[in-house]
Structures are given as C-alpha cells and as structure tokens.
Design a protein around this ligand. Structure first.
Ligand code: 13P
Ligand code: SF4
Length: 329
C-alpha cells in the first residue's frame, strides 16, 4: 500500500509520538495500514484490544485499549462494539469470547499460542482433581477454555496472591506456571500444588545477567514479571503484571530501568516516559509477534479467524473468569 498525502496528514500525529522508537523507513510501510484499520474499525463498530507486548505501531497506532490480561478480560466484558479484534494470543481471544459470548471475537493469527497454555489440558486437570479431591483449582488465565472449564477460579499475574488468599483454604492446586506458583507460595501461607508449565520467554532470564546489569548501571531499578524464575525475582526491585510494571515506571520515573520481560514493553513504555532511560536486554515472545498490521487489516476486512466455542464450554469456563473479575486486582 502506498503513502498518500491524506494518509500522511491523518497518521502524522501518531508518528510524531513514536518516531523515537520506529524508524521512518518502517513508518512508510505501517502508515497506510494504520490509516485503513482505523477507518475500518469505525465503519464496522469494532474495538481493537491489544496486550502490552504488542509492537509500538499496534499499541500506539491502532489499539483502542492496551493493557495486561486482567484488564483486557474486564474490557472485553464491557465493550459496546460488535466486533472485538484481539491483538494478543489465543487464550486472550478465548477469554474475550467467554466474557462477551454474543460478540464476534477475531484473532489476527490463530497460531498465536502460549507455552503456558499448551503445557496443560482439561484432561490433565481432571486427573489432578481425582488425585486431590476437594482441593480448589486456581488456573492462570494463560490457559485454554477447556482448562478454565475445569477450574474454580482464574487469576492473572496482577491478582494471583489475592485470588489464592480469597479462597480461605489450606491448599490449592495452582496451574500451570510453576514459577508463578513459587512466587505466590512466597507471599502466602496457603500450600500450593503446582504444575510444570513455564513461559518460554521469561524462563530465559537469569540472576547472573541481572546482577551484571546492576553492577554496570549504579542506581538502576530492575522490575520483573512474576513468570520469571525465583532467582530473577529475588534479584529485582519490583515484581508485577505488565500493567503493574508500566505503573511503576509512570509513578516512580526512575532515571534508569530494566524491564525483565518481553521486548515490546520497553519500546511502548519508553514512548510514554521520555525521561526514563531503558536498559534493554529482553526476550521476544514469538506468539505475540505473529500479530502484524497486514494480518489485522485482513482479519477485520474479511471478518475471518473468529473464535468459536461450544455453549457448554463457554458456560463452564466463563464462571471461573467471572469469579476472578469480581475479586479484581
Ligand atoms: P500480564 O497479565 O501481566 O499482562 O501477562 C500476560 C503474559 O502473557 C505475560 O507473559
Ligand atoms: Fe505465553 Fe510467555 Fe508469550 Fe506471555 S510471553 S504469551 S506467557 S509465551
């Protein structure tokens, strides 16, 4: 697609905002897509929800609401739009469908998965429940609808400790992130029975690299996602969900920061916090990066890649997500 005078005029304010992060040569490719997607979403009464790990041209260029997975689930339930385009991964689109079953939910690339979500099946949860009868199941929202359907209450990285404590029990089954389970166990007296799932992005970080970065950058603040291994969390100054990390930078305005998480976070947050210097060792999520502007346009134009689930799964899985959103952050 070509850059016209009209496209340049309409998209220039967006480019002014993100020009420090997105090179001009890339922008000339992005701008026509951004122009077309923003026009089309109005015509079709569609809303674009984007996870914080989406690239800057998506996060700042076309998204109506960018957030962590908890806020995306809450927003999906509230929206008045007819179509939800989820710029994120498959479990996020499924969760949006659970919260808004009568809406059309589209995912620009159906192969955008998640190593945590694919680490466990509904059958695995049924087996665990047989092994530990009467122990409630708390599942991370990074799971399939089949797993959520076997779950008592979901959680995200923003509320995992609060959800576990809210149950008022001595033991819970906590699925599927073993590192998040360890993080929760360090913050509660509730006994945690965990699963061997890991995030392929966050498990790659280690405390040696964190300590090295701290040594070379005196005064730096290091903030980590709770999907990181325990040694990384221990070596960090703050742990929180992706939106929790963004809030930390916005409120505290540290001189220098390292976000121990997916790479697009630093790009997106740098744009909104120009006075903060970002030290950027990071890992890419190959699933999040499957979402691109051309795929978003194609999905919206042709209303393809719709998330479809049967009514029974929706009914069962929805309960566990609703219970979580009632408890909140
Ligand atoms: P948040 O809920 O913190 O946004 O995390 C989702 C995720 O997939 C992190 O890897
Ligand atoms: Fe899943 Fe990790 Fe990617 Fe988040 S970053 S979507 S947990 S693989």
């Amino acid at each position: 697609m070509e850059m016209s005078a009209e496209i340049k005029k309409v998209t220039d304010p967006i480019y002014q905002k993100i020009s420090a992060t997105v090179p001009e040569i890339e922008w000339t490719t992005h701008a026509p897509y951004i122009y077309k997607i923003n026009k089309l979403k109005k015509e079709k009464n569609a809303v674009i929800l984007a996870h914080n790990y989406q690239t800057p041209e998506i996060y700042h260029g076309i998204s109506d609401f960018s957030a962590d997975s908890l806020a995306l689930a809450v927003e999906a339930a509230k929206t008045k739009a007819d179509i939800i385009v989820m710029c994120g991964v498959h479990f996020m689109a499924e969760t949006a469908k659970l919260m808004s079953p009568n809406k059309k939910v589209l995912l620009p690339d159906m192969r955008a998965g998640c190593s945590l979500s694919s680490s466990i099946t509904g059958e695995d949860v049924r087996n665990l429940k047989k092994q530990y009868p009467d122990v409630p199941v708390v599942s991370y929202v990074n799971t399939s609808a089949d797993v959520k359907a076997e779950t008592d209450v979901c959680c995200t990285s923003a509320n995992a400790v609060k959800i576990v404590n809210s149950l008022g029990v001595k033991r819970v089954i906590f699925l599927p992130d073993d590192y998040l389970a360890k993080y929760v166990a360090s913050k509660t007296d509730v006994e945690i029975i965990s699963w061997k799932g890991t995030c392929e992005v966050h498990e790659k970080f280690n405390d040696e690299e964190i300590n090295e970065i701290r040594k070379n950058n005196p005064g730096i603040k290091i903030i980590a996602h709770p999907e990181c291994p325990p040694d990384v969390i221990q070596a960090s100054d703050f742990t929180g969900s992706t939106s929790g990390m963004i809030k930390y930078v916005k409120d505290k305005q540290p001189k220098k920061v390292m976000m121990v998480t997916e790479c697009s976070m630093s790009d997106n947050v740098q744009i909104d916090n120009p006075n903060v210097e970002f030290i950027r060792p990071c890992n890419l999520c190959p699933h999040m990066k499957k979402i691109t502007l051309p795929k978003i346009l194609d999905t919206l134009e042709n209303e393809k890649n719709e998330v479809i689930m049967d009514d029974i799964t929706i009914q069962k899985a929805r309960k566990s997500v609703e219970r979580m959103t009632k408890i909140g952050r």
